[in-house]
Design a protein around this ligand. Structure first.
Ligand code: AMP
Length: 364
């Protein structure tokens, strides 16, 4: 029988690297369990800092500030995977960081990430590196998607390429940065497996949700997923295998393609709470944010039963202007991130519809 390590008692301080909405919703869940959150973020009015007990405003390359921040916290985590690995290591000198640098090492680099998936028996689309002229000349996966190895998110830093000429042009337009060429997957749908794993190694996968994207950005997640049990089992197994392979303490989201011939292929991972898990805030016995806090603080994981069917819809850019109508819809649970400016493509909030939305409140 495994012995559960001592949990961090309520009143302890959780440090969060990054000040976005994921940090904000983590801080709100942490507060409910009696914890304080200390945000490290360069911006003045970040969504997370607005609801946290403390804020260190400094850049991620300011190692003295990072060490001071970590020393003031009982555990440190991060809310975005592109936090510099060195920043995480600087914090780890002073305080446990959960998940550790290992998870972002793989999550920040698409080629490393896909190699890691394959090494651990998690299927992916076919892929080839494009990091040199020789690799460019050797590429054969058409039609494919060329993606930069680093700094791509929400469909940025990628191009669909139908043939070699398009690939050559796309690589030039991406600045000849190290890239990965992936075969285009003819998928039936996209899903995510979100897994929490505690200090004692116990792991739990949230019910699988079906994701719909537009312009490379997640628009909706629907739960329960209308999928064959064998597909659900494959998705859960992939998520759990990933959490174990990373020796994760925290949360990891694995985005997956479900192919028309019944396979489940990993696209990418994020070792943090994920947009496709926002439905859990209103429609699951434990929200992904509370589960994340439980995992990194050494608490037992909570139950993950679906309380009611739901559909999460992101409010992107001007969508946020719908807030008055959403507040009048009894089926809608509104979450706003406190961002001042509604720029196009910016995630301003989300809404969880706990049953079919009333006419006029959902986007087309
Ligand atoms: P990513 O930035 O890798 O998450 O990609 C954003 C979206 O582009 C995914 O959610 C898919 O809808 C689509 N996409 C990415 N890679 C592929 C692929 N290999 N085949 C088909 N669609 C893809």
């Amino acid at each position: 029988m495994s012995v559960r390590p001592a949990p961090l008692p309520p009143g302890s301080t959780i440090g969060i690297l990054g000040g976005g909405q994921l940090g904000r919703m983590t801080a709100l869940a942490a507060a409910r369990l009696g914890y304080r959150c200390h945000i490290f973020a360069p911006e003045a009015d970040s969504p997370a800092a607005l609801v946290a007990a403390a804020h260190t405003r400094a850049d991620f390359d300011d190692h003295a500030a990072l060490r001071g921040f970590a020393a003031a916290c009982d555990v440190v985590t991060y809310e975005f995977e592109n936090v510099p690995e060195e920043a995480v290591l600087a914090c780890a000198d002073a305080t446990p960081v959960r998940p550790g640098a290992n998870a972002i090492h793989f999550a920040q680099h698409r080629l490393r990430e896909k190699d890691f998936f394959r090494r651990h028996g998690i299927g992916t689309a076919e892929y080839q590196p494009v990091t040199s002229d020789a690799e460019l000349a050797a590429a054969t996966l058409f039609p494919g998607i060329l993606k930069t190895c680093r700094d791509g998110y929400d469909g940025k830093g990628q191009a669909r390429v139908g043939d070699r000429a398009a690939l050559v042009a796309a690589w030039a337009s991406l600045g000849r940065r190290p890239c990965i060429l992936e075969a285009t997957v003819d998928f039936a749908c996209e899903v995510s497996a979100i897994v929490a794993r505690g200090l004692d190694g116990a792991a739990r996968c949230f019910p699988i949700g079906i994701n719909a994207h537009r312009d490379g950005i997640l628009r909706t997640t629907t739960v329960p997923a209308d999928l064959a049990p064998a597909i659900v089992a494959q998705a859960e197994a992939a998520g759990l295998a990933l959490a174990r392979a990373l020796d994760l303490v925290g949360l990891v989201a694995l985005e997956l393609f479900v192919t028309r011939d019944g396979r489940v292929l990993a696209n990418e991972m994020a070792p943090r709470p994920h947009n496709s898990g926002h439905w859990t805030m209103d429609a699951c016995a434990t929200s992904q944010f509370e589960q994340f806090v439980r995992a990194i603080c050494g608490l037992p994981l909570g139950p993950v039963d679906v309380l009611t069917p739901s559909r999460m819809e992101n409010l992107i850019g001007d969508d946020v202007a719908r807030w008055p109508a959403l507040l009048s819809d009894p089926a809608a649970r509104l979450h706003l991130y406190g961002k001042a400016e509604a720029r196009p493509g910016r995630k301003m909030g989300h809404v969880n519809f706990l049953r079919a939305p009333s006419p006029g409140t959902s986007s087309p």
